[in-house]
Each structure stands twice: as structure tokens, then as C-alpha cells.
Design a binder for this molecule. Structure first.
Ligand code: ADP
Ligand code: MG
Length: 258
């Protein structure tokens, strides 16, 4: 995949390191135990102190294998966002460790965290997080602008990503001119732009009706498969959970099922 002569697997030529990339496809005769892409050990995060302390995440441990789509489930306030943010390097734990793709996130410098979010991890949020004044095409292209790609390569890639999420006909529309489901599709396309190894989606269907939410979940399911990616998706919708390979359940910051 790193040579231009080979056909590019849609939708992306992944800018991952060759060594990491080789690891993905080791099956068959030379199969070796594949290291987990996410390893969480005794993770903890407390907000506030004393009587006001909130133990948002307490002594949580689990691993996720490459290629898994994991549903992170739990009531509102159970610690899902806190956990996801620590895995993706948006928030720092105050106990335990998180390792993602061989990098110990909890001990990365700011520079290391920036690299993690650029090269390995990508987020999708409940509120979409699109730039209102930019078209679908421009929103999807944002992560690619941070890389020195030739314009035609960038445009071709954005077109592929929009096609992947079924929005080719909406490329010029701004977020305000699209439905919630379409906006989330744009956000998903944008999150895939840099071929992340790990997609973290925090209640991506939380603002959508059930039917649209299921369609988004099915889209995530499909892109995880097509891209050989791993995804953690938080949700409290039982229907969404059925599409996941595995459920990790939190209650009051603690792991109750994995
Ligand atoms: P969920 O995403 O499952 O709804 P959160 O991780 O957002 O749960 O929150 C877990 C707990 O931590 C909740 O009790 C919440 O009020 C608390 N919490 C989250 N973020 C903060 C913060 N920045 N400051 C103080 N408390 C917080
Ligand atoms: Mg949350």
C-alpha cells in the first residue's frame, strides 16, 4: 500500500508507519499474538477534592484488540466521556496507565499527545463539531490541510471520504444546510481523513433519532470493517449495542462488564 503502483484501497492511502501497518495484516502461517491496540490498566480520574470529590473513573482495566468495535455503555455520569478522553489523550488520568498503539498515553508530552491525535486516534463527538461556515468538503479536508499534501491528492481523498459516508451529492452544503444525520456523516468522514488506527466516538448518535442513529452506527460498523480500524463508541442505546463486537459497561466509574 505504500507504493503508488498498487491500487489504493478505498477510501484511503493510510499515512501510518510501515511497521505499524504491517502488523495489521499478519494472519495465516506467520500469525503471532497481536498486541492490543488499547490497554487500560487500573485507570482512575477524580474531579475535585475532599467532600466534593467525584470519582469519575475508578480502577478500570481492559484491553481492546485491533479491528474490534467496542460499545462503551453506562448511564449518564457513569464516566464514559472521562474514560474516552483519557484514552485519546484529551484528559490525563491521575491513576493507572493507558497505552494506545504501543504509546503510553498517560506519560506523553504535549507534543506526543498532538502526534497521537494526528497520527493514531480520531474523535467523533455527539455535537458533530463541524465548522459552520465551511462546506462538507472543506470540513472533511481540515485534517488533511495540516499535512503537506498536493491539492489534487487532498481533493481526491475528500471526495472518496464523502462517497464512503454517502454524501457525494452534498459536498458543497454547509452544516446548517444538512440534517443531523448528514452532519454526523460529515464528522465521521473528517475523522477518517488521516486513517486513524483508533476511532473514538462519544455518543455519536446522542442527538439523532433512533433510525438515523442506527444508520450512523451501521456506517461506523462498515468503516471499521473496510478500514481495518478499531473503534470505541459510547452509547446508551440498546439497539446500537447489538452492532458492536463487545460491550464494556461502566457504572459509577467502575467497570461492571467487559
Ligand atoms: P458520562 O460521559 O458517562 O456521562 P462523564 O465522564 O461525563 O460521564 O462524567 C463522570 C462523572 O464525572 C460525573 O459525575 C460528572 O459530573 C463528573 N465530571 C465530568 N467532568 C467533570 C469536570 N470537568 N469537573 C468535575 N466533574 C466532572
Ligand atoms: Mg459523556
Amino acid at each position: 500500500m505504500s507504493t503508488p503502483a498498487e491500487p489504493v484501497a478505498p477510501p484511503v492511502a493510510p499515512p501510518v508507519q510501515p511497521a505499524q501497518h504491517a502488523q495489521r495484516g499478519q494472519h495465516g502461517l506467520h500469525a503471532q499474538p497481536v498486541p492490543p491496540i488499547v490497554s487500560v490498566e487500573h485507570l482512575g480520574k477524580t474531579y475535585g477534592t475532599g467532600a466534593a470529590a467525584v470519582h469519575a473513573v475508578q480502577d478500570v482495566s481492559f484491553t481492546i484488540q485491533p479491528g474490534e468495535l467496542v460499545a462503551l455503555v453506562g448511564r449518564s455520569g457513569s464516566g464514559k466521556t472521562t474514560l474516552l478522553n483519557m484514552i485519546g489523550g484529551l484528559d490525563r488520568p491521575d491513576a493507572g496507565t493507558v497505552t494506545v498503539d504501543g504509546r503510553e498515553v498517560s506519560s506523553l508530552t504535549e507534543k506526543g499527545l498532538v502526534e497521537l491525535r494526528r497520527d493514531v486516534v480520531s474523535f467523533v463527538f455527539q455535537t458533530f463539531g463541524l465548522v459552520p461556515v465551511l462546506s462538507a468538503t472543506e470540513n472533511v479536508g481540515i485534517p488533511l490541510r495540516l499535512r503537506a499534501l498536493p491539492t489534487d491528492v487532498r481533493e481526491a481523498r475528500v471526495a472518496l471520504l464523502l462517497e464512503l459516508v454517502g454524501l457525494t451529492g452534498h459536498a458543497r452544503q454547509r452544516p446548517g444546510e444538512m440534517s443531523g444525520g448528514q452532519q454526523q456523516r460529515v464528522a465521521i468522514a473528517r475523522s477518517l481523513a488521516n486513517s486513524p488506527r483508533l476511532l473514538i466516538a462519544d455518543e455519536p448518535t446522542g442527538q439523532l433519532d433512533t433510525e438515523t442513529g442506527l444508520a450512523i452506527m451501521a456506517l461506523l460498523r462498515a468503516v471499521v470493517q473496510a478500514e481495518g480500524m478499531t473503534a470505541i463508541v459510547s452509547t446508551h442505546d440498546p439497539l446500537m449495542i447489538q452492532l458492536a463486537d463487545r460491550v464494556i459497561r461502566l457504572a459509577d466509574g467502575r467497570l461492571v462488564e467487559s
